[in-house]
Design a protein around this ligand. Structure first.
Ligand code: UD1
Ligand code: PEP
Length: 427
């Protein structure tokens, strides 16, 4: 397991460039197996999830090549094969192989996905959609087997009971080549869903309404890539660095951003009194003074993202009173709390049914040995470690590397004293 060592207490300045969105990338890679041609992505983040998805592709005889930020995938010789369960379990988005394999072969066998340990993460809405499209689904010993009759899948009307990013994308992947019309009601509206639809539409798919809560898909017989797909910037990575810049920065410019994707987050930073200047594709964060406490209610997009509640928490330590976060999506997303407490942060979980987290002013943080229980808990520890005096050692840093590409170089680029000790690359 990797370890991130931070010598904190320094003021940082300079520029940080944001990479391609993890949550787009991890859906685009499975989506690539729907193509009848090689596909090419650029602005691909160098994160562990990408390397694990490449291992899964390899097991199906799908070659992939990752150079710089360009990823080429050739699915033309794909075969049906058992998927490597260690790689499947290493990330959440392996569930997209259910929809993608179903779209490609009309059947799929995939073990239950892993991903961040942030409370219960059922996939009943994915399964409901596959069944509506004409599939039979069985679950046994942690493996989901999906099959269809001789006529394969067909378009269907599906109303999701819960707004779910994964179920929306999986339904698109399964139905994009299914004959007939599919309508997804109560669809999730995240920018990453638009990114997947754009990629598929540029290959000949007919998906309308992505980014709204009704998505309409007319099935097409083939998908063929004609150009390189550029992945949208990662709004969660951007939000993390905005929080970091407000916490320890003396002037940091965050570049390669789509500010419209960060409106709820930026509004909260402004409410706290952070010094922000929003440009067309970048945001400048000046040194912060006299920050005010705030109340945040996490909601599906365009609301305040659950993935940003933990990265914002260390900044709330600098506010002059009590802040309250209510995570309505993952009420048990609290793996950061005990670890932040070890650094001297006053944060507690008040109600894990309602997702209420209370954060008090904590002006003095001191380095300690902590564990990154999951990706965004880890991100909050990085920021707190930079704020703290002395040395912070973050164990299980692989969880951070799941979603933050080139984090050490990015932090050193603004003057941070950070070292990564890699013991073993996950494979
Ligand atoms: C790879 C990826 O894109 N991960 C993101 C995705 O996860 P993921 O796609 O897993 O999250 P969902 O949007 O599906 O989950 C939203 C809520 O719906 C519930 N639910 C979901 C599906 C289902 O079948 N049944 C059900 O009850 C979940 O438990 C959760 O409470 O969206 C989350 C919510 O924005 C983010 O935190 C994750 O970073
Ligand atoms: C929860 C997250 O990731 P995943 O869904 O891939 O576990 C996240 O990116 O914050």
């Amino acid at each position: 397991m990797s370890k991130l060592i931070i010598n904190g207490g320094k003021r940082l300045s300079g520029e940080i460039s944001i990479g391609g969105a993890k949550n787009s990338t991890v859906a685009l890679i499975p989506a690539a197996i729907l193509a009848d041609t090689p596909v090419k992505f650029d602005s691909v983040p160098d994160i562990l999830d990408v390397h694990n998805l490449m291992l899964i592709l390899k097991s199906m005889n799908v070659s992939s090549e990752f150079n710089g930020d360009v990823l080429k995938i050739d699915p033309t010789n794909i075969v049906e094969a058992p998927l490597p369960s260690k790689a499947i379990k290493s990330l959440r988005a392996s569930y997209y192989f259910m929809g993608a394999l179903l779209g490609r072969f009309q059947r799929a066998t995939v073990s239950f996905p892993g991903g961040d340990n942030i409370g219960p993460r059922p996939i009943d809405q994915h399964i409901k959609a596959f069944k509506a499209l004409g599939a039979e689904v069985t679950e046994r010993d942690g493996t989901v087997t999906i099959s269809t009759g001789p006529d394969g899948l067909h378009g269907a009307q599906i109303f999701l009971d819960i707004v779910s990013v994964g179920a929306t994308i999986n339904t698109i992947l399964a139905s994009v080549k299914a004959p007939g019309t599919t309508i997804i009601g109560n669809a999730a509206k995240e920018p990453e869903i638009i990114d997947i639809a754009t990629f598929l539409n540029n290959m000949g798919a007919n998906i309308r309404g992505a980014g709204t809560d009704v998505i309409r898909i007319e099935g097409v017989p083939t998908l063929q890539a004609r150009n390189t797909h550029t992945i949208i910037p990662d709004r969660i990575e951007a939000g993390t660095y905005l929080s970091l810049a407000a916490a320890v920065g003396d002037g940091i410019l965050i570049t390669n951003i789509i500010p419209e994707h960060l409106e709820a987050f930026v509004a909260k930073l402004e409410e706290m009194g952070c010094d922000l200047t929003v440009y067309e594709d970048s945001i400048y964060v000046g040194a912060s003074h006299d920050l005010k406490p705030i109340r945040i209610k996490v909601m599906p997009y365009p609301g305040f993202a659950t993935d940003l509640q933990q990265p914002l928490t260390p900044l709330l330590f600098k506010a002059s009173g009590r802040s309250v976060i209510i995570d309505t999506i993952y009420p048990q997303r609290i793996k950061h709390i005990t670890e932040l407490n070890k650094l001297g942060g006053k944060v507690k979980s008040e109600d894990t049914d309602e997702g209420i987290i209370v954060v008090d002013s904590s002006p003095k943080l001191v380095g300690a040995k902590v564990q990154a229980g999951e990706i965004r808990a880890g991100a909050s520890l990085v920021i707190a470690g930079l704020m703290a005096s002395g040395t912070t050692e973050i164990c299980h840093a692989d969880n951070i590397l799941r979603g933050y590409g080139n984090i050490v170089d990015k932090l050193r680029g603004v003057g941070a004293d950070v070292t990564l000790e890699i013991e073993e690359r996950v494979n």
